[in-house]
Design a protein around this ligand. Sequence first.
Ligand SMILES: [Fe+2]
Length: 382
Amino acid sequence: MKEFTFELSTKIYFGTNIWKEALQKEKARLIGNIMIITTGRSLVKHGYQQLIQQAIVEIIGNNKIYIYDKISQNPKLEEVKQAIEIGKERSIDCVIGFGGGSAIDAAKAVAVGIPVEEPIETYLLEGKEPRKETLPIIAIPTTAGTGTELSKGAIISSTYHRIKTGIRGKNILPKIAIVDDMFTWTVPEKITMETGFDVLAHAIESYVAVKANPFSEMISEKAIQIVGHNLSLLKQDLDNHEARSQMCYASMIVGMNLANVGTCLPHRMQYSIGAYTDTSHGAGLLALYPAWIKYEYEVNQEKINQILNGLGYSKVKSAEEAENMFKVFLNKLDILYLLSDLGIQEQMLDELSGQVTGNLSNDKLSEESDIIKKIFKKAMEN
Ligand SMILES: [Fe+2]
């Protein structure tokens, strides 16, 4: 069997309506000045932000909480810098990321930046690994999608540099992840489907990745089955709470693969799309996937067939069949997007391809010459 290492260091609380009890149990961590990084918007509308704030005040018995709620759908460098500045002024000791992946990723970056002198760009743009002084992070996701509550990456966009890239390192792994599906009950259909697809993309990419190992493959296989079944159930009924819980579980377990195995070309390429179009992470992945599946089939036939099987489809014998089968799956969920739907035009492809960075070699397909441009081009034609 293949040799591997697998690191798990985040304490997980998982369940329905368990968040308050979990915070209570972690009272010892809620010391000093606390900053909650969130996206505001729907979390305020549904009263969740107020609930969390009140609960922390009750637990710690004082009012040293600052809420930074200006994080965008694609968290921006400028927002992170502003929160870091406030965090330094207020001598923040602990950062809570509350929201979708954007809030938690921003919280991670803020936790890196508050205790150090260097600008956050050193970590984001120059690739420096976050120091052990990074503030403790508590992640409370409100969507079933990114798995960032268990990953050691924080993806941030810089409008000025036209780049979407990551801060990476084990010191930004949250100390605590509170995964409570109750927060996902009110997520609207489009976001449920797009973030749910992100879970599937993590499961698929960590499955075919060069760094995959028997343990991560087991996690991927389980997550693929869960998403295939439960995303379809949610398409029929968004109030299916058991399906919501299953999706949170899949998102969380596959988050462990993100920290240990990583992803493949679609994630590297989506960051480039996101930086150019400010469209959602899930939408960018969706636009790329059928084209990528077609090319990936050529280097990973057996695994692509296992993925299709996990989604409930029969074995295919060609790359075109694999692509079409995947389109059938997306079509059933009403999330079959084109790259042009996101505002990408043919003449942008060279520049977009040039912006794709990160660990490309984790995808065996990256050895094929000009593959990024080929996938982008195919994704325009779908
Ligand atoms: Fe993702």
